[in-house]
Design a protein around this ligand. Structure first.
Ligand code: 5GP
Ligand code: MG
Ligand code: MG
Length: 200
């Protein structure tokens, strides 16, 4: 589904499908360089990271394995609860594995802080994090994220896997919705642009 098809619900297109694919390809080059001698296990965090995972994995020119976890940190709304629960666990034994967690967005970082520690405690040789989006000003944790696609403003974003109440995941682009969608007041305040995060 394209943003134009739900134009009345979209306040701003933050990232087009092409921009996302282009950035994921750049991130894939970084990941290939770091993992060329060790097959990483990509751990996708359901459900939001499904599209990041499939596009990133197919961009990679090295062998990888893929597994999935589902954890809950948000309910159907837009606020973090800070509580993490495993809804679906991995099938893979992590002993001596090089794990790369693949995420859609890091907001407070609470989910990832917990997840990284959890996977490390299973005997993984390394656990790194790759996320398409980051909201830097809201970060409440100092968890290190090695691969970051874009910094986005402190707006609730949907699309490319990200949902609002399970909707909008199949939107090709990442967008900010009109406040009316959440029962809010209309606004014509401009939204800050997303910015590529260059590797440190
Ligand atoms: P954190 O624990 O970093 O605060 O939140 C992580 C999870 O919250 C993300 O994986 C995502 O599922 C959800 N989340 C955080 N910010 C947003 C957002 O702007 N839009 C959507 N759709 N989900 C978000
Ligand atoms: Mg997520
Ligand atoms: Mg969600």
């Amino acid at each position: 589904m394209r943003a134009e098809q739900i134009q009345h619900e979209v306040r701003e297109v933050l990232l087009s499908e092409d921009e996302i694919r282009g950035r994921l390809a750049e991130m894939a080059r970084d990941i290939e360089r770091d993992y060329h001698e060790r097959t990483p296990l990509l751990v996708g965090v359901l459900k939001g990271a499904v599209f990041v995972m499939t596009d990133l994995a197919r961009s990679l020119r090295i062998p990888v394995e893929m597994d999935w976890m589902a954890v809950s940190s948000y309910g159907s709304g837009t606020k973090s609860t800070g509580v993490v629960r495993i809804l679906k666990d991995l099938d893979t034994d992590l002993t001596d594995r090089h794990v790369l967690i693949v995420e859609d967005i890091i907001d407070s970082g609470l989910t990832l802080t917990w997840l990284k520690q959890n996977l490390e405690s299973r005997g993984a040789a390394s656990v790194e994090i790759c996320t398409l989006l980051r909201k830097p000003s809201r970060l409440k944790s100092n968890v290190f994220v090695r691969y970051i696609g874009f910094d986005v403003p402190n707006e609730f974003v949907v699309g490319y896997g990200l949902d609002y109440d399970e909707r909008y995941r199949n939107l090709n682009d990442v967008v900010v919705l009109q406040p009316e969608v959440f029962g809010g007041e209309a606004t014509d305040e401009p939204v800050e642009p997303a910015r590529r995060v260059l590797r440190p």
